[in-house]
Design a protein around this ligand. Structure first.
Ligand code: FNR
Length: 398
């Protein structure tokens, strides 16, 4: 039988992914001065070793003041390339791909790691624990919430430094052997806070209208695309809505805004929109009672792009995906055909909810999730030869 679309390869630019299951970026707050450690090596290798076709390194700050915590991953110096290259080499030895999420935490920077939160008076990381509350920056001098630093309103020089930071970090990622770059424009971090009219109150060409609020992101995308190989996929993760429609605010970033933005991305060389949501405001109201709440937004964006005749942007769905059948149905395009030879196609233009399934927490629970999904769907996938005898077998055969 033909394997489900989930387990067919997909080629984006020059990079071929063995299946449609990717590990979403997950901060581990375990870096040292931005350098990835052995923890990251084993954490990230574990997924690609067990069938994930792309593993994306956690939010990695492009500037020293862009970490969520002092323990965030960083790529603001050439010295930080080596530990990433070590991981890339291992991932490639397993026939899989490595991505990196380039980020700046903006006004949500310099906080404590989650396991330290709630212990002291505030969750801010002060200077004595390696934080930089006086150097937190954002579009406007509005703090994210109680206990967060009041950001300085970014100057023209800050804007230049930020764009250069993304460009230089992208070059370093290429040098490290990374296959895919994702720009983090979600969850209330820097770009997300610039895109929202609630957090961006600027009166220059970067604030006010929709076009002005997305300007910084678009300029950064251009700078990154210019320095990475033309064969390298570029992804952007957004908060598709900040869930503030019922907040009483006259205007907020919503799904319509995301669709407007998405239509501009193919021309800038963005290949995939990774559809997340929320995180920009403490008063957000998220409809978590519906496990598909975020996948449904991805599906809507994909459908509206197709309707508008825009096929150049793939869509990634993420959020609460834990079951084999759910993952399968999100990307299933019903395409038949011989699968005895590796069939590599880009099904842009075919109706599905999304093109790629991204999964975070289920991989923490079950690093072998890809193998379990394959087994449940009756698909044979390659296990590492060293693990051959542990392979799931039909009828529980030992
Ligand atoms: C995350 N998430 C996240 N998102 C992101 O864009 N960059 C990041 O570095 C992180 N870090 C992170 C750490 C941890 C421990 C978790 C659990 C989550 C969000 C993540 O990528 C994903 O979008 C959400 O977790 C929803 O997907 P799941 O977990 O329901 O599959």
């Amino acid at each position: 039988p033909n394997p489900p679309t989930l387990f067919t390869p997909i080629k984006i630019r020059d990079v071929t992914f063995q299946n449609r299951i990717w590990v979403a970026p997950m901060c581990t707050y375990s870096a040292k001065d931005g350098f990835l450690t052995d923890f990251h090596f084993q954490h990230l290798s574990a997924f690609s070793f067990r069938g994930a076709s792309l593993t994306i390194i956690e939010a990695t700050s492009v500037l020293p003041n862009g970490g969520i915590t002092p323990q965030d991953s960083g790529l603001w110096s050439d010295a930080q390339i080596a530990p990433i290259r070590r991981i890339a080499d291992f991932v490639h030895s397993q026939g899989q791909k490595l991505g990196i999420q380039l980020a700046h935490a903006g006004r949500k920077a310099s906080t404590l790691a989650p396991w330290l939160v709630g212990r002291g008076e505030s969750d801010l990381a002060t200077e004595d624990v390696g934080g930089w509350p006086a150097d937190v920056m954002g579009p406007s001098a509005i703090p994210w919430g109680k206990g967060y630093a009041t950001p300085r309103e970014m100057t023209a020089q800050d804007i230049k430094d930020l764009i250069n930071g993304f460009r230089d970090a992208a070059k370093r990622a290429v040098e490290a052997g990374v296959d895919v770059i994702e720009i983090h424009a979600a969850h209330g971090y820097l770009f997300c806070s610039w895109m929202s009219p609630i957090s961006n109150k600027r009166t220059d060409q970067y604030g006010g209208s929709f076009e002005n609020r997305i300007r910084l992101l678009l300029e950064t995308i251009k700078a990154v695309r210019e320095v990475i190989p033309s064969g390298m996929p570029l992804l952007v993760r957004v908060s598709s809505t900040e869930w503030m429609e019922n907040s009483g605010e006259p205007e907020s970033w919503d799904v319509e805004s995301t669709i407007r933005l998405a239509k501009l991305l193919p021309a800038l060389g963005v290949d995939l929109l990774d559809v997340s949501s929320g995180g920009n405001h403490e008063k957000q109201v998220i409809p978590r009672h519906n496990v598909d709440y975020q996948v449904d937004i991805a599906a809507r964006i994909r459908a509206e792009l197709l309707e508008a005749g825009i096929k150049g942007l793939l869509i990634g769905a993420v959020g609460l995906i834990t079951e084999a059948e759910a993952a399968k149905s999100i990307v299933e395009n019903g395409k038949e055909g011989p699968r005895d030879q590796v069939e590599i196609e880009n099904e842009r233009g075919v109706k599905t909810k999304a093109d790629i399934v991204l999964v975070a927490r289920q991989f923490l629970r079950e690093p072998e999730w890809v193998f379990r999904v394959a087994y449940k769907l009756g698909v044979e996938v390659k296990w590492p030869i060293q693990y051959h005898r542990g392979q799931f077998r039909k009828d529980g055969e030992l």
